[in-house]
Design a binder for this molecule. Structure first.
Ligand code: NAI
Length: 506
């Protein structure tokens, strides 16, 4: 295979530059490494040699391939050595003026047709290109850490980037086996923008003291299939990285409420409680292992009350079936008896509102999250309201745990935990489509590969039903009066018409 770019220059050979150099060499290009710090490029070359030798020991490369790859790496003594490159990728410090200066120097060295690429994750590609003679040759080329394992690359078009340059970078990405996605030059591009919903909404849930960190993590993993809970994830990424990203994207969008960060992470960052790497974040780590508090035990209840289900409950027939399987005594009269446990199953509303509107006795009323079919989840979530009696709470907990399935009992909240977090993720993704930041397909690809979600956010919305997601958000706006929950026009129109969230207009 002929590499699209015969010679590729890498400027900045730290963690990212090294990985990018590996990819370029594996695509078949000759690679020239340059770093301002003396010896750094040579260190990178030696590290890459070791990486390839390890891959050969694992049988992933032949000895011949390793020799060939090593021969393609060259260390530059000065930046002038990059002159013959058809592509130069920069992975230096994240500072606008330093990057601008570097590219100004580079465009004076390379041919007019050469492509200049920046691996920036938070700066505007347009701003980096602003002072250049040939801004059309500069493109955003955003990798994720660790580069060889994170197999997605965002190709970002600045305001003046030529379509040909974007196409070349897209094709080049395929040459080393990564998946290219195309993004417009907007804060956070695709992955860091789409990732805003998960953590920020989970922090809102914590801020309301609906449940503790561990419970929220368990709920989102067991109900929706996220690999890591939001607090586990923030501990892994560390707040010194993720809080500034939350703040930057919020500010860059001129305080758009959808991206509003949390005082909780600001405070923890100030206190140095940033995550696993320092031994303490939302969890405490002993020898690198999170100390997860045990789940509250299922209460032992001698006699379970009969159960009455609100006629307005979501998936009411399914709830009856489930109650039957759990051996509950079901009441079918128009109103609950004096002894009954009263169940509501809201979408987006809180238990309190339903008890008030449906004129139910709040002391006996509990909510059950039925956004998803019971069979599709590994955990049931029940919610109390401020008036719920302890005996009713315990009875509901014991009843729904009867078949051994995990149960979490949380406090009242508009949209339980999973509903509100998932609706927020879906809404942000829908709005990215509305803004034309990327195509629905690229959004799904970027999020599944870059964030490891169990499915793309639009697929998540389709799974729940766009109309249901819309209902959750409308109702959450009623409960909270917070503009962060206002549905994106993309979701609003597709939800109202019953169309898939991946549907694009003619
Ligand atoms: P790093 O600190 O490991 O490496 C940066 C390297 O660039 C250092 O070796 C430094 O000596 C060199 N350098 C600094 N200024 C230079 C200049 N003017 N000319 C030549 N070399 C220079 O940093 P890392 O993590 O590799 O990140 C580099 C870039 O990649 C940043 O722009 C960052 O925003 C971006 N990025 C980082 C990600 C990450 O997870 N670490 C993910 C995606 C993008």
């Amino acid at each position: 295979m002929q590499p699209l770019f015969k010679t590729v220059g890498i400027v900045g050979t730290g963690a990212m530059g090294r990985g990018i150099a590996q990819m370029a060499a594996q695509a078949g290009s000759d690679v020239i490494l340059f770093d301002v710090q003396p010896g750094a490029a040579e260190t990178a070359r030696l590290a890459l040699r070791e990486t390839w030798n390890k891959l050969s020991l694992k049988g992933k490369l032949t000895a011949e391939q390793v020799t060939d790859l090593e021969a393609r790496l060259q260390v530059a003594g000065s930046i002038q050595a990059l002159a013959p490159c058809q592509l130069v990728i920069e992975a230096i410090v994240e500072k606008l003026d330093v990057k601008q200066r570097l590219f100004g120097e580079l465009e004076g060295l390379v041919a007019a047709s050469a492509v200049l690429a920046t691996n920036t994750s938070s700066l505007s590609v347009t701003a980096i290109a602003a002072g250049l003679q040939r801004p059309e040759q500069l493109v955003g080329y955003h990798f994720f850490n660790p580069v060889p394992l994170m197999k997605v690359v965002e190709v970002i078009a600045g305001l003046k980037t030529s379509a040909l340059v974007c196409q070349q970078m897209t094709d080049f990405t395929r040459q080393f086996g990564h998946t290219p996605v195309s993004a417009q030059d907007t804060p956070g591009f695709i992955v860091n923008h789409a990732g805003r919903g998960y953590g920020t909404e989970a922090l809102r849930v914590i801020g309301e003291r609906v449940a503790d960190f561990a419970t929220i993590d368990r709920i989102l993993k067991d109900q929706m299939g996220f690999r890591l809970g939001p607090f586990e994830l923030m501990d892994l990424t560390a707040l010194d990285v993720s809080h500034p990203v939350m703040e930057a994207i919020y500010r860059q969008y001129f305080d758009e409420p959808r991206y509003r960060p949390s005082v909780i992470t600001a405070q923890r960052l100030a206190g140095g409680v940033v995550g696993k790497k320092v031994g303490e974040g939302f969890y405490v780590y002993t020898d690198g292992v999170a100390q997860v508090p045990a789940e509250p035990a299922v209460p032992v209840v001698a006699e379970l009350p009969p159960v009455w289900v609100s006629p307005k409950a979501a998936r009411r027939t399914e709830i009856f079936q489930l109650l039957k399987e759990l051996g509950a005594q079901i009441e079918t009269a128009g109103a609950p008896s004096e002894a009954a446990l009263i169940l509501v199953a809201p979408l987006g509303l809180d238990v309190t509102t339903l008890a008030a509107v449906e004129r139910l006795d709040p002391t006996r009323t509990m909510g059950l999250d039925m956004m998803l079919e019971d069979s599709a989840t590994k955990r049931r979530v029940l919610a109390t309201n401020p008036a719920t009696r302890i005996d009713m709470r315990d009875a509901a907990h014991a009843l729904f745990a009867r078949d051994g399935k995990a149960v979490s009992v949380v406090r009242d909240s508009g949209g339980f935990v999973t509903q509100r977090v998932v609706a927020t993720i879906v809404n942000i993704a829908a709005d990215m489509c509305q803004q034309g930041i990327c195509s629905p397909d690229d959004l799904e690809l970027a999020v599944t590969l870059g964030l490891g979600y169990p499915m793309g956010p639009l697929a998540m919305g389709d799974r729940i039903g766009p109309t249901n997601v819309l209902e959750i958000l409308f109702n959450m706006q009623t409960v909270y009066g917070d503009p962060r929950y206002r549905p994106s026009p993309w979701l609003r129109r597709r939800g109202a018409l019953g169309l898939s969230l991946k549907h694009t207009e003619a």
